[in-house]
Each structure stands twice: as C-alpha cells, then as structure tokens.
Design a protein around this ligand. Structure first.
Ligand SMILES: [Zn+2]
Ligand SMILES: [Zn+2]
Length: 794
C-alpha cells in the first residue's frame, strides 16, 4: 500500500500540506527502500518553514529518518524542536533500539519528564533487554516495579517485560508475571518459551508447550522444534515427531521451519524422516542442504554427505565449507581426499579470512596426514584462537609429531591466551604419546589447580603417567579422585598392565565395583595378565565374562600365544569364527607368539592363511611378513629371510614403517632413526655408542644375529647394524649429556628387538643407570641390577 502512496505522489499537482506530508513520511518510513529514502529526504528538505513547529509532522519525520538508519538527521530534528511530546521521545527511542544504540535510549529516558504511555514501556523494556548490562537491569527492573496498575493487564507491555527479564536470566520474576496475567495470547507464550530456550531450559519449553490451547504460529513451531533438537531425549523425540506430523498445511512450504525439522530429525538419529522431508521440499536453499549434510556427518554417514554435495547446484556459504571439510575428515579415504582438496583449492578468497572455515580445513588436512599443508592453512588465520590451536595440536598428536604441541603452547602463552580444559587435555595427550617423565611434569605444573582437579583431566593424567612409566605418580592421581568412575579404574588397571604389574592390576580389578566393569575393563585386565604371564588368572577372568566381544577374544588369543599355547589359541579363534568374520589382529597375535617360539612351520601356516583371508590389508600383511622373515633369520636361514622379505615388499607394494626413538634432551625432545647422523652432536653420539658396544662385548654380550632383518651393506657387520638401532643412539645421546640424567627414558614407535632388549639390560647394570623404554607394546623398566620389569615377556 505504501508504495502506492508514493506512486500517487508523482501524480500530485498541488503542494502537499502538513497532513499530506505526515502520510507521505509514514509511507516512506514503511517502504524504506532507495526510492523512498530519496523521496523522503527531498520532501523534508523542501518542507515550508511554517511547518517546522508542527509536532505531529516532525514526529513522523523523526520516525522516517530513524527507519532510514539516518540517526544524525533524526537527532538534528529532535534538537531543533521547541516542544516535544511523549510521541517525539518514543520515536527517538524506538529508532535507537532499531539501530542497536540502546544506551542512548536510556540516556534520553533519564532526561525525560513526561508521563509514560504503554509504547514507552515497551520501548524501554526492549532497550534494556538489548543491553542486559547492570545499568539496563537497574532501570528495567525499577520501571517494572513502578509500573501503574492499568498496565498490569496490558499483555503487549507484559510480554516485552517477559522478554526483558528472560534476557536478564531472571526466570523466577518472569514466571511470577506470567502466572498473574489474565489474558495470554500466543505471542505471550512464544516470549516465555523463547526465554526458556535462551536460558537453556528446554524441558520448561516443552512443559509450557503442552499447556497451550491456542492456535500455534510459525514462531511457536520454530521455538519448539529447536527445543526438541537441543534436548533430543525420549520426551523431545515424541513431541517433536508429533509436532511435525500435525503441522498445518500452510506451514509445509515454510522453508525455515522445514530446515529446522530436518535438523531436529538428524539430531534424533532419525535419518529416514529427515530424508523424507528433504525429498518432499519443492524449494531448497543452502541451509536445507547444510542441515542434511551436517546431519549425515553427525550420524557418521559422510559418504551420503558427499553424494548430496556433488548433486548440489547452489552457491556455497561458509557453513557448506565447514560441513564438507568435516565430512571429508571423517572419511579420509581416496574420494574424500579428492573432494576435500579440490574444494579447498577452489575456495573463494573471501573465506581466506574466516577462521572457522580455515580451522575445519586444518582438521581435515591433519586427518589426511598432510601436516605441512595444515600448517600452511593455519598461517592464514589472522586471529588464531583456542579452537584453531586445538585443531593444530590435535593434528600433531594424530600425525605422530606430538612434540610440536609444546611449541604451540609457547606461542599461545606469548599471546596471553587462556587455556581451557580441552587444550590441556590435548597437551596431556601429547605428553602421553611422548612418554617422558620430566617433560610431562614440566607441562603438568602449568595446569591451573581447578582444571587439574576435574575428573576428566585426572583420568587423562592417570593414563599419561602410566604411559610415562611412572606408576607412582599415576597412583597418586588415582588416590586423589573423589568419585572414581569406570574410566578412572580402567586407566589405572591399564597402567599397571603396561608396566608389567599384573598382580596389582588384578587386585584393583577385583576392588572395582562390579557394575563399573565394562568391555574396556575386561580388555585392560586380560592385557595386564597377558603381559605378566598370569595364565591361570587370565583364564578365570575370561570365563567370568558373559559377553565375549571381538576385542576380548583378541586379547585372550594374545595371552595364550605369548605362552606358546597355540592349540588353545587356535581353538578360540575357530570358535569365534563360527559366528563372526575373521579378525586380522588375532592372527598377528598367533604369528608373533610363533616368532618368539621360533616355530617356523606354524608361522608359515599362519602367514599363508592370513594372506588368504585378508588379501586387501597390504600394510598390515607386510608387518606379518617382517615377523616371518625374522623367524627365518632366527633359525639361520638368512638368505631365505632376505629373499622372502624383499619379495613380499614387492608383492604387497607398500613400505616398511621406519623405526624411531625419542628421548628427553635438555629442554627439547630429540628423535633418532637407525644410523642417524642428523643431530648436531652426531659424531660424539656415535663415538659413545661404539664405546658402549665395546663395554658390552667385554661384559660377555654376543650379538643375536636373528634380529638382523635386512641384507648387510659391504662395510657393515651384524654388530654395526644392530648397534645402530635408534634406541642405542638415544641411549648414547643421554650419556653425553652433562650431568648425565638420573634416569634415562626412551620411547620407540615399534617393538623393541630382542638384541636391543638384552643389550639395554646390560647397559643399565654396567653404567648403573635406570633406563625406561616404552615400545609400541609396553613399558620396560631396566634396573641397575640388569633385570627388566617385563621378565623377558616382550
Ligand atoms: Zn634393536
Ligand atoms: Zn623388557
């Protein structure tokens, strides 16, 4: 209609009078497009001088300029007015609220000496709601308390008071007003429900919703759908489903509501219903696709997210990038890598500043194992916050570069970023991976006490200290946990197991309340028995377990194989395979046991069966092949071992994982490969390693040639190959430190070889230093008396 008023203006041949002008200003305010702004300004500029005292006319001019967002002109008129009424003030204040300048509303309100009308109350309440700071709370509450009785029945005034108090978080006062209201319309209910929703009280949204006996409008639907999504419990699922089923026909084309409904069903895990709505929609926007794809990712169905992404023919928004990157990260397969990389390459420049988009790209690249590309992306993020740093550090842990997390920690400290428990947890994870007691202590000392005392952090600390080989520190944390849950117990039991303390593990497992026992507890305790050779106890615990899952059977197979009880282990596997598909790890346990038993025939039989059952698992088969070639070497068949190994590498087309050892240098973590010459003090390290070898030989040590797993180069001897293993270099590195560390600690990414195990026992005794070595499997404590805590069960 207002547009038509403006059209009429063009046809007007006479000069508009004050009445016409008021109508025209109001029309311009309502339309507020470019044309209206132009006309409105011109009309005002050309307004005859004698109208400049017409308060009604000027009030509508203020209203118009405020609607244009032209606060300055509105203020100019206001200041020029000699007489102002309540409508003048209301127009100004309403304009300020519209321009999000509510402090100015309160300034004006405090200057005003007029009787307030109901509009004033509504505007002030809205301004106070917008600010929700101390001043606004004081003014808003006082105004409400002093409100004359005749407004106590005005449902519009009360509804805006409701909105304000909800913004203040003062739910109790709102409920008081709500109960006192005689007449309530759907807007009142909506204000209440929205307030509950914003105050994180979604159950109350549903309580109130069930009491409504009015026609719902689309705002009601939107609030209740969102509340159901947030809760996603049985009650919410029931109400949410019913709401969608009974939705009136005219809302079935409301794209915003349908998008919320899709989001809700996805959150319920009800993918089918979400797909049903999606298929029924005639018009879909980018938010519709976003809700679907995000839902697929949330339900671990990222392939479907990519299918949809490839069908989509709309301009992407930043949410699209985030969701597709997350889907690709979740999958991390060939297709996902291709799509994810392409999307990142084609990303328009304006997203290069969006830290949320870049952070999800970082996470994706880390999942792809492309740490360097991820680092390049992180460099683009201008204001790096805790989430970006978190994604980066998580990525380093994922890609076996945990020591880089400490550099990031320094960077965060320099920027005075306050770390939260999520970041500390990631750092504790890095400490666990590295496994160095001194380094970990240095990091842990920086965690504020209120975070250190959170149970989730305490549970991580128990795990971390165990992985560092300090069972004492792990036990201290365990004792300090006030209400221990299954995770607390499992971490401690696992810690005992890793450190070869089987009986302590069993004792704690028996102390643990029965209702806390879960699959992880069973795995941890059987593992602990297995690592300490406690067969009898393992058997009786295994028999007590009612639900023998895949992982539980695997650990039991490992336990039996370590003790060379191959018939029993194979029987267990046969039994398992009657109802389940075969499991690769079970066969690896058998093969590894057969290797330690130097049982050539059995090993060949097992390896051939593995190749037959798991032809696609090439990387894992290769580790089997390495074990088998070890067996050939150990029975003196060096040529066969060599040929077999190189044939399998060729046939399987993969690479053998490189062995790495790291240790705690002064202030940094130092990493060694076999025969490594990269360290600046490398020549000193090799001299020391040779010195250690000659001391070993003097002590009566002979190289165990069965651990040589490759062909010798011309200048090499069996001794030089074995003594160049990465852990030997790491040990030598410790002995050239001044002072020599009180105890030496090394972590290795593969299993320690038998020759190094024997040598390390002797080094600990000869050099009188305790050496802690963690390998891929367990922790060895080499004592000064020449014994290892694993009692040679490795
Ligand atoms: Zn070795
Ligand atoms: Zn050992």
């Amino acid at each position: 209609m207002s547009e038509k008023v403006l059209d009429l203006l063009d046809e007007m041949t006479f000069k508009p009078d004050n009445f016409n002008l008021t109508v025209l200003f109001n029309a311009c305010a309502e339309v507020a497009n470019d044309r209206a702004v132009k006309i409105g300004r011109k009309l005002f500029d050309e307004m005859p001088h004698y109208y400049r005292n017409d308060i009604v006319l000027l009030n509508s001019a203020i209203h118009m300029f405020m609607k244009f967002g032209d606060v300055q002109n509105a203020e100019h008129i206001f200041d020029s007015m000699k007489k102002k009424d309540i409508i003048t003030y209301n127009a100004m204040m309403k304009g300020y609220v519209g321009s999000v300048m509510s402090e100015k509303v309160l300034d004006l309100f405090e200057q005003m000496h007029l009787k307030l009308d109901n509009v004033t109350f509504i505007i002030i309440f809205n301004a106070c709601a917008q600010l929700a700071n101390d001043r606004a709370m004081k003014i808003g509450r006082k105004l409400l308390d002093d409100m004359p009785n005749d407004y106590q029945n005005d449902s519009v005034v009360l509804t805006s008071a409701t909105h304000m108090l909800m913004k203040f978080g003062d739910v109790q006062s709102v409920e008081h007003i709500f109960d006192s209201m005689k007449k309530k319309d759907i807007i009142t209910y909506n204000a209440m429900m929205k307030g509950y929703f914003e105050n994180d009280m979604c159950e109350k949204v549903l309580d109130l919703f069930e009491h409504i006996h009015l026609n719902l409008n689309h705002i009601t639907y939107s609030i209740v759908l969102n509340a159901c999504t947030q809760l996603a419990n049985d009650r919410a699922i029931k109400i949410g489903r019913k709401l969608v089923d009974n939705m009136p026909h005219n809302y079935r084309n409301d794209i915003v509501l349908l998008n919320s409904a899709i989001h809700m069903f996805m959150k319920f895990g009800d993918v089918q219903n979400a797909e049903h709505i999606f298929d029924s929609m005639k018009k879909k926007d980018i938010i519709t696709y976003g809700a679907m794809m995000k839902g697929y990712v949330g339900n671990v169905m990222s392939e479907k997210a990519l299918d949809l992404f490839e069908q989509m023919d709309l301009k992407f928004d930043n949410a699209t990038f985030v969701i597709v990157f997350n889907a690709c990260a979740q999958l991390a397969n060939d297709r996902a890598m291709k799509i994810g990389r392409k999307l990142l390459d084609d990303m328009p420049n304006d997203y290069q500043n969006d830290s949320v988009v870049l952070t999800s790209a970082t996470h994706m690249l880390m999942k792809f194992g492309e740490a360097e590309s991820a680092e390049r992306i992180v460099k683009l993020v201008r204001n790096k916050g805790i989430i970006t740093y978190g994604a980066l550090m998580n990525g380093y842990n994922m890609n076996d570069e945990p020591w880089k997390c400490f550099k990031i920690l320094d960077e965060m400290k320099q920027k005075d970023i306050v770390l939260n428990e999520i970041i500390w947890n990631i750092l504790i994870g890095a400490c666990s991976k590295i496994g160095m007691i001194r380094r970990s202590q240095y990091i842990i000392d920086q965690i504020p006490l209120h975070i250190q005392n959170q149970k989730q952090i305490q549970n991580s600390l128990i795990h971390m200290w165990s992985k560092c080989g300090s069972i004492e520190k792990a036990q201290n944390v365990f004792k300090s946990v006030y209400d221990r849950d299954n995770v607390t117990f499992n971490a401690m039991i696992n810690g005992f197991g890793l450190n070869g303390m089987g009986s302590e593990a069993i004792e704690l497992y028996r102390q643990m309340p029965n209702n806390l026992h879960d699959e992880v507890s069973h795995i941890c305790i059987l593992n602990a028995c297995s690592h300490s050779g406690l067969l009898h106890q393992a058997r009786s615990i295994f028999n007590e377990i009612s639900l023998k899952t895949e992982k539980i059977v695997t650990v039991m197979t490992d336990c039996l194989s370590r003790l060379f009880l191959f018939d029993e282990a194979e029987k267990l596997i046969d039994e398992y395979e009657k109802t389940n598909p075969p499991n690769f790890v079970m066969y690896m346990c058998l093969l590894s046991g057969a290797r330690n038993n130097r049982n050539r025939n059995l090993s060949e039989k097992i390896y051939n069966r593995m190749k037959c059952l798991f032809p696609d698992q090439k990387q894992r088969l290769l580790s089997g092949a390495v074990l088998l070639s070890n067996i050939y070497s150990s029975v003196g068949e060096h040529q066969l071992a060599k040929n077999f190994r190189s044939n399998q590498i060729k046939e399987l087309g993969t690479k053998v994982k490189i062995g790495l050892s790291w240790t705690d240098g002064s202030g940094e973590i130092v990493t060694f490969k076999a025969h490594d010459h990269s360290h600046p003090r490398s020549s000193e390290i090799h001299v020391e390693a040779d010195l250690i070898t000659s001391e070993l030989i003097e002590d009566g040590y002979k190289c165990d040639s069965s651990w040589v797993t490759r062909e010798l180069h011309e200048e090499e001897t069996i001794e030089s190959v074995l003594c160049g293993h990465s852990e030997r270099l790491a040990i030598a590195f410790n002995f050239i430190q001044r002072p020599i560390p009180e105890f030496i600690q090394i972590t290795k990414n593969l299993r320690v070889c038998g020759d190094c195990h024997e040598a390390t026992k002797r080094i600990a005794r000869i050099r009188q230093r305790e050496i802690i070595v963690r390998d891929a499997n367990r922790i060895h404590h080499f004592y000064k008396n020449g014994q290892c805590s694993c009692q040679d069960h490795f």
